[in-house]
Design a protein around this ligand. Structure first.
Ligand code: GAR
Length: 218
């Protein structure tokens, strides 16, 4: 079966991009990255793409007079690469209605919280300030409102005594690198449908049990 062609949009470090690159190295993985697109010319992720021989493009938002013009350039680059699924991976520009409509149900994002909690920036700071005992990450389809849309996969991690933003972010990031390739695989396998703005996954195997924090053995 033909592999699903991905465009990965980044702004910086690109560790989630790296997780997708690693997944795609497996010939049995049903997707391949055909384009890495950055809005920041010095995004570290561009080097990761080049090291993996993946075509890169920079579309610098500062070179456009308004958001629709910037987003039209993004779409032109994505279409030229033949991508059929757009993966936001630490892409830190808000996307407007036109772009979201053009790529509706073909545009996914990863966010470092258990959505719908802690949308937006500084998620880990706010999770720690709220005193939550469980944090996590979410891969979801993108809709007009930021960090909102049908949820595909989530992973939960405990918040531990003594956590600071760095420690919590690192624990969540390990799971981001698990759930993003998983979500892409499920979509590429044709197992993901959206029914009444909720995701249904065909033949999903969900682990039984729960993460309880602090542990019930206390
Ligand atoms: C990741 O933690 C991702 O979840 C977050 O930015 C980081 C990018 O890291 N995205 C958002 O906050 C989007 N709202 P990476 O460049 O190493 O993948």
């Amino acid at each position: 079966m033909a592999r699903l062609k991905l465009a990965v949009l980044i702004s910086g470090r690109g560790s989630n991009l790296q997780a997708l690159i690693e997944a795609c190295r497996d010939p049995a993985y049903p997707a391949e990255i055909v384009l890495v697109l950055a809005n920041e010319p010095d995004a570290l992720g561009l080097e990761r793409a080049k090291a993996a021989n993946i075509p890169t493009r920079v579309v610098d938002h500062r070179n456009f007079s308004d958001r629709p013009a910037f987003e039209a350039a993004l779409t032109t680059a994505i279409e030229a690469a033949g991508a059929r699924l757009v993966c936001l991976a630490g892409f830190m520009r808000l996307l407007g209605e036109g772009f979201v409509r053009r790529w509706r149900d073909r545009l996914i994002n990863i966010h470092p919280s258990l959505l719908p909690a802690f949308r937006g920036l500084h998620t880990h700071e706010r999770a720690l300030a709220a005193g939550v005992r469980v944090a996590g990450c979410t891969v979801h389809f993108v809709r007009e409102n930021t960090d909102q849309g049908p949820i595909i996969v989530q992973a939960a991690v405990p918040v531990l005594p003594g956590d600071d933003v760095g420690r919590l972010a690192a624990r969540v990031l390990v799971q981001e690198h698990v759930v993003y390739p998983l979500a892409v695989r499920l979509i590429a396998e044709g197992r993901v449908t959206i029914v009444a703005e909720r995701v249904v996954i065909a033949d999903a195997r969900t682990p039984a049990g729960a993460l309880v924090n602090p542990g019930p053995e206390l």
